[in-house]
Design a protein around this ligand. Structure first.
Ligand SMILES: C[S@@+](CC[C@H](N)C(=O)[O-])C[C@H]1O[C@@H](n2cnc3c(N)ncnc32)[C@H](O)[C@@H]1O
Length: 298
């Protein structure tokens, strides 16, 4: 095997599925990388060749395609397969209460203002951008609902909406379903679980009251954003790591534009805003930024 070629048969120890022809060479990898950059702005470096091979081998099998050259040709002529390839190459790792300090901050520093807004009859808008299967948006929902039904009364009486978007349709469908395995709901603190997580035939389901707050939507962050109101809180965590600097800068500008003055942006632990972005924000904690009142997006 050449060092830059991995075959499905090599990986599976099985020469029957696709035969030795299902090699992913650098030429096809580079074509795939160009398509990913164009379609989703996801930046694939050559060290991801093995990962790309392993994630796409199933797509080749599903189409009965025996080599990556033919698969790339299929992707180029078939929009549905292009979308399926983009989805297959997204990384959807997430969990409940990930980077817990963000939720401590949301509860102690932001929630009182959100409640005051809602009680004054003003809309409250929260966005989980790059939400994956919904653990992030439901962690936000539990955090603002609190540890009892009484503490969630402000949500029932106010105009409060949580938007959850991702480019990958299968994870957005999981958000809509709100059903999780026992091992997945384990990180949820017992006081929240007692109120907001119910037994379900397939594991556990997020309580209707919280699911009703959430609007799940498929959205490529580099397409047009249809939202009309600015957002009070945006979580865009562990998403920008997949983009190159130009895409990060573009997204950062759009996110800051979409944030209401005084609103908060939460980013992932290994992500940073650019100097240009930071100039419009104040630091509110580790990877937490508030939008300076009167600051425009540009
Ligand atoms: C690692 S997950 C992060 C999930 C969650 N935010 C968290 O921190 O736990 C990254 C998500 O970003 C999504 N994503 C990647 N590129 C995207 C794009 N161009 N538009 C929208 N979502 C994208 C992926 O599909 C994936 O579900």
């Amino acid at each position: 095997m050449k060092h830059d070629l991995i075959t499905t048969a090599d990986r599976r120890g099985d020469s029957s599925a696709l035969g030795a022809s299902a090699e992913l060479g650098l030429a096809e990898f580079r074509e795939i990388a160009v398509i990913m950059q164009r379609e989703a702005r996801i930046h694939l470096v050559e060290s991801k060749l093995t990962l790309v091979h392993s994630r796409l081998s199933r797509r080749l099998r599903e189409h009965g395609v025996s080599n990556f050259r033919d698969y790339v040709a299929l992707v180029n002529r078939d929009e549905a397969e292009r979308r399926a390839m983009v989805t297959a190459l997204t990384t959807n790792h997430t969990h409940f209460f990930r980077e817990a300090h963000h939720f401590d901050h949301l509860r102690s520093a932001v929630l009182p203002d959100l409640q005051a807004r809602a009680r004054a009859g003003r809309p409250v808008r929260i966005w989980s951008a790059g939400c994956s299967s919904g653990e992030e948006v439901y962690t936000i929902a539990m955090t603002i609902a609190g540890e009892s039904h009484a503490s969630a009364a402000w949500l029932r009486n106010g105009d409060v909406r949580l938007l959850a978007t991702d480019i990958a349709p299968h994870v957005v469908a999981s958000v809509a379903e709100g059903v999780y395995a026992e091992s997945t709901v384990e990180p949820i603190p017992p006081a929240y679980r007692a109120h907001w997580v119910k037994p379900h035939e397939k594991g556990f389901i997020i309580a209707d009251e919280l699911r009703a707050l959430v609007t799940p939507r498929v959205l490529n962050l580099f397409d047009h954003w249809p939202m009309k109101l600015q957002y009070d809180v945006i979580f865009c965590r562990n998403v920008m790591i997949y983009f190159d600097d130009a895409a990060k800068a573009e997204l950062e500008t759009k996110l800051i534009d979409m944030l209401a003055p005084g609103g908060h942006l939460y980013i992932g632990h290994s992500e940073r805003l650019s100097a240009r972005g930071i100039a419009k924000m104040f630091s509110a904690g580790q990877t937490i930024y508030g939008k300076i009142e009167g600051s425009a997006g540009q």
